[in-house]
Design a protein around this ligand. Sequence first.
Ligand SMILES: [Zn+2]
Length: 1239
Amino acid sequence: MKKYMAVWGALFFCVICLSLYLMLETLNTSPARYNDIDAESVLNFEKKIDGIEEDIKRNQEIINQIKSAVKDVSKGDEESLGKLQNILNSQNQKLQANKDQLDKLQNADTGKKTTRLKEQHGANVVQMEQPKGQKTAGAPLRKEVSVADNMCSWTESPMKKPDIEMEQVMKQLPFDNPDGGAWKQGWKVEYVANHWNAGNKLNVFVVPHSHNDPGWVKTYDRYYEDQTRHIFNNMLSKLEQYPNLKFMYAEISFFHIWWNEINEDRRKRVKKLIDAGRLEIITGGWVMNDEANTHYFAMLDQLLEGHQWLDGTLGVKPTAGWAIDPFGHTPTMAYLLRRSGLNNMLIQRVHYAVKKYLAKNRNLEFMWRQTWDHDGNTDMFCHMMPFYSYDVPHTCGPEPAVCCQFDFRRLPGSSYSCPWKIPPQAISDANVAQRANMIIDQWKKKATLYRSNSLFAPLGDDFRYDKEDEWDLQYINYQKLFEYINSHPELGVQAQFGTLSDYFNSIYKEFDTKPGQKPDPIKTLTGDFYTYADKDDHYWSGYFTSRPFQKNLDRVMESHLRAAEILFSLATATARRKGHLNLPQTVFMDKMIQARRNLGLFQHHDGITGTAKDFVVVDYGNRLLKSLQDTKLIIKECATYLTLDTKTEYSFSENAPWFNVDETRVAHDLLPEKSVIQLGEETDGTPRYTIFTHLQDYLIRREAIHTANRKLMVLTKFPFVSEILSREGHSRSRPVMFYNSFAQSREQVVKIYVSCADVIVKNQQGVSVLSQVEPYWDEENTISKTKFKVSFRLTVPALGIVRYTVQRVAANSNSMNVPVSVLIFNSDNSATLQSHPFSIAKAMGSDITLENPYLKATFAGSNGLLKSVVTKENGVEHSTKLEFVTYGTKPHSGDRSGAYLFLPDGPARPYTSQSPPVVNIIQGPIVSEVHVYFELVTHVVRLYNSSGIDGISLDMQNIVDITTQRNVEIAVRIHTDVQNKDNEFYTDLNGFQMQKHTTYDKLTVQGNVYPMPTMAFIEDDKHRFSILSANSLGFSNLKPGMMDVFLDRRLNQDDSRGLGQGVTDSKQTPSRFKLLLENRHKGTYNKDRATNFASLLGHQTSLQLIHPVFVIPAHNKHSSSFPRQSDFSPMHSELPCDVHLLNLRTMQNKDDGPDRLVPKSTAAMFFHRLGIDCGFPNKGLMCKGASGEVVLSGMFNEILTNVAQQVSLTLMYEEQELDTTELLDLEPMEIASFVVTLQ
Ligand SMILES: [Zn+2]
């Protein structure tokens, strides 16, 4: 060490001397330039010397001499030149003496540290050469993590077999669509005349309701102003006016606005109606969420937001779920409602053939069970409505022409009418007997489809009951019918107004069952209800992909909200513990609540589905953007606070923040712009790094080195030189924080954007790390001179924040920052071929191979698209041919593709551009990339050289732009060699669980498209190919081995489902995927099991894709020095690999209270124990085992979780108080929720 220091000091000295010497040489030989360079150069020298001064005290005196001489020179003192010369001459001798030392170091150096392209002769295959001789290069994968035996035996053991498996139903059904007559999609329903009689009555509940979309053909606010407010006002007055009347309502996003508007007296009256059971709040979510595209985090979040509001404000706990309009239904919803403490639920939009099948067997009511449930404890009593729609014509019975006559809003003279041309008649003494018999006939027919003597007859539609007279018309006419029917027992019917719970309770009573338990004759069912068709081959599979830009924005917003929730909870707990008041908690809480609600709003079944009018999409977009910005602010501010050594130094300033957001979005529908960290001053033509240049020149002159890349060589040989140079003080080092929102540590590659190519990246300990600098293309052929990408590997602890610094250094002076090499295929443009510091070359040829320690991926040189992947662990090459395909729209008359429907004009066609696309191959030691520029798609595939799990999959990103097209749908298609038997494949439901599907010819192409919120996979006995997606999109597996993911759709007409427009507001739309190829352990394949699970690696890769490490760069405005910060590592014991911390959500005070924005000291903590297929290796993970075990009290280092209560999912019911020191053994697949006090 001593020796090293000596060399170091000497070298410092030499550097200064040489520089000055050579500068003087310049001055002497070209006096004409003297005036050009003197002032600034001298100033620069002075600065450098100032910086070095601190480090080399031993040479202080000489430096002083030099400084003094330099000053004199700058004043034009000729004599001082001689003085300087003398000093330098004497030091030059010392330099000679040190040369031996330099040579020794040179010889000791091993191997090259750069990665460069090597063009192989003959085959013309370009390979990424692995850097050798340094531990950073190979990035060996982390070793395998063991999954607990109890998990593996759980996933392998057979599930409890249900009575009905939807997968089997789909297999059996012919989907032949015969004409059923009056009930078009059913049959001629008959019943035994005396089945219901005075002693055995049919108990009919006529249930008034109003379906309020928080945004569709009007915005959320407009709907409230125009209709919903009036509905609520009328509801209060009319329910008070008519004591027999009842009403039910679902969407809290509207209800809470009204509640905040009305006075205390009216609030009391509303509560009275609720307490009396005359007004029922059903589901109680913020919205009636879409079930196909939504992620369970957001589904739960909007349910929590609604339930928390209801419970806190009204003391109401909903017991029945109500989903009449979402376009298809997921068992995940049944699970969430069940675990929230609801007893029953209702669903409506299910494929007409499925409805008919279930109706035939009187199985429209069933216990909905999760496919992974071993003992039936997830069973949820579900009522499926039998007919085409939830409006009155399709709810009283099977014949719409008859039922329509009992919608008294459609009486002649009204703006509504019956399309079947038979209008309703007002009920009078003269017609009541005849009219009663008509509706009883419908009720009894409908009742034959169910197993009980209770009948549910909804009486409502979209935005109904907004006019007072509708309340009067429906009430007065139905009341007359009821009075007549109930006074004639021989009719065998008891009829009254009711609510959904009245109906369910009647069934429970009839079967002598406790609410929430299985009524005896009811069967169990597993599976999902996708893909929905309302008639013919009109499959609603378009909306799985419609408005993909917003589907992406939604998921970005979700990951930010979750990250902000967790960090905010940790920051407020810390502030509370320390008694700090400088964290603006109420400001952040306000933004947090808005963010929860804006995200919740978008989960609506016309929000995330992409089925609202253009201007409504804009409204949602602006709300999401606002909250995205707010959550970014909360993340960066809480991260700043938590990393400060002296937390009292923190102050919240929106104008002069220390840190910046990672990216900004100018508008809700534009792609984000990455924040660029400004390093030092921009190049102004002045040679700034002359010390280095002169040292290099000196070494070259002395023939110390012979190489084409001399600059790099110098620094490669003498890495400490870059250390010296980085201390020159020329460029301020800028901090960047990285936040990991997982409760497990992770290692991965991150990317930051900086203003110059020559940088040094250091970790918290000041150790420089290997980085890679990449060019940023302003346009296809222009490399930016002010924006560069720098990638490096890092490790972030569980829920932790690490602080790195990045600093500008002399050109090529940091050997640890490696410029990438670029090969350009199919380009005529040579403008960019020379661009410092990158090696850019043109190439022609066939295949391109990128390689890391785990994978070798081959791409076609002709178009840059993936061809095959070799998994190096077994050396097997897998075909993975990738292409883009397009669909057109069915040309003939009738309904055509639109926001909801996918009605293609035939099989997909390969998409080819007019000329071969420009392909850029970018290679470096951290990540290598293939960029392909098609007219409609910019396609990027990345291969990371990482020890983390990002090294095991290929990363695919696309930006699709179909704004110039007409009626086109574009998909990415991968032809794999996976032999998935019987065309079986899996897609996820809501990111929560996997669902098996089979592709059938009987369903047409559009009927074989399924939602893919996060992942899809196909497998055979040897391997599994998974596509993991950053946001929800449509997926199909039309042929064995083939995987299609829909990326965007532009449709120029309405599809007749009420929207009244096409989908033509296309944007430049991003999509991102991980392609994961896993080799199965021998003997672990079981094709016939009822369900399936992702591997641990599959889960973690998906989670990393959805929840990236958050980048928090220094703010460029902030110029003063940064306060002292340390890495933040809050978890004492991180969670096992198989437990996902779903949220840590600070509880809010009552919505309407004065302290509503003061965060509570309690937070809701949610753990999801993942279900895992143990048949695959799980390399690359940093987490500790997969045991499902958690101890709350020991989770955090400083924050205490002393008090905890196990609660229902939406916190409405307290289950048990916990001993926080006790080991919690979480059940596979279950979400466990706790309210914890954070101190
Ligand atoms: Zn709706």
